[in-house]
Ligand binder design. Structure first.
Ligand code: C2E
Ligand code: CA
Ligand code: CA
Ligand code: CA
Length: 278
């Protein structure tokens, strides 16, 4: 972090350290990022492992600021959650992701499903269901082509999670539990919810073939999904060995660098537009 101005003057009070200044500056820039069109989406393919068929994409938000360069969502999403700005970002992401599905449709690439991440703050705030309905109505996207991803902690710690999940289910959109295995889901609670997908967290996939504990956890999640009639997808699949392991244990779907990095919509169209997707 910068501690001095260009001429060596200290331009802030002593008790505000460089990091604090940096953060305030970043927060201020983030608040204007949507209107300045610095926020955009990349899309990462989700595939059926054995056929390589495209089954969906996950929308991942990106921020490019002229001064800061590319800022990772790992940095700016928590910041946006603290300031409440996540609600505007989240709304923009939802609408843009739905619009993109229609653009691909028109360009001849039918992506079966769009997965969109929701922040805990969006769910806590309530009124997600009407927002989702508006996004679908505005774009004329079929509800079954949209899937919302929330982490386990959102489900477990939000007072109104039950209502939230049932409202989304009633609209007809899918729900995936993200980073599954890293939180503390009560299985009894989960069982009551109309959830569609468990996403095995990348941390358990990473050391497949290296760490037998992680292998055991991955297998347990696959089994759990089976017995609860949920579809299971593994995230962070980077090599064939991991893919083969998953397939061997009954997980047929995956997302990860092995199949494709998050890319701009035009790149996804180029890569999946013709032969690959029939
Ligand atoms: P996530 O939802 O768990 O998303 C998966 C992250 O793993 C993405 O990082 C993706 O680029 C990365 N990834 C995918 N495949 C691989 C792989 O094979 N290897 C490795 N090493 N990484 C892989 P990204 O795009 O940096 O996003 C980080 C996190 O930021 C997301 O984690 C999610 O929690 C949050 N995020 C991203 N977009 C949004 C959004 O639109 N809304 C909200 N609320 N959060 C978002
Ligand atoms: Ca996700
Ligand atoms: Ca995830
Ligand atoms: Ca993860």
């Amino acid at each position: 972090a910068k501690s001095r101005g260009r001429n060596g003057y200290q331009f802030y009070s002593r008790d505000m350290d460089g990091e604090g200044v940096e953060r305030l500056r970043m927060e201020a820039l983030l608040r204007r990022a949507i209107e300045r069109q610095e926020i955009f989406l990349h899309y990462q393919p989700q595939v059926e492992i054995d056929s390589g068929r495209l089954i969906g994409v996950e929308a991942l938000v990106r921020w490019h600021n002229p001064e800061l360069g590319q800022v990772s969502p790992v940095r700016f999403i928590p910041m946006a959650e603290d300031t409440g700005f996540i609600n505007q970002i989240g709304e923009w992401v939802l609408f843009e992701a739905c619009r993109q599905m229609v653009r691909w449709d028109e360009a001849g690439l039918v992506v079966p499903k769009m997965a969109v991440n929701l922040s805990v703050r969006q769910v806590e705030r309530g009124a997600m269901a009407p927002l989702v309905s508006r996004a679908l109505a505005a774009t004329n996207l079929a509800p079954r082509r949209l899937q919302l991803e929330v982490t386990e902690s959102v489900i477990m710690n939000t007072g109104d999670a039950l209502a939230f999940v049932h409202e989304l289910h009633a609209i007809g959109v899918g729900l995936a539990i993200d980073d599954f295995g890293t939180g503390y889901s009560s299985l009894a609670y989960l069982k009551q919810l109309p959830v569609d997908v468990l996403k095995i967290d990348r941390s358990f996939i990473k050391d497949i073939a290296v760490d037998s504990d992680d292998e055991a956890i991955a297998i347990a999640i696959i089994q759990l999904g089976k017995s609860m009639h949920l579809s299971v997808i593994a995230e962070g699949v980077e090599n064939e060995e991991q893919a083969a392991f998953l397939l061997r244990h009954g997980c047929t779907r995956a997302q990860g660098y092995l199949y494709g990095r998050p890319v701009a919509p035009g790149v996804l169209l180029e890569e999946w537009g013709n032969e690959k997707n029939e």
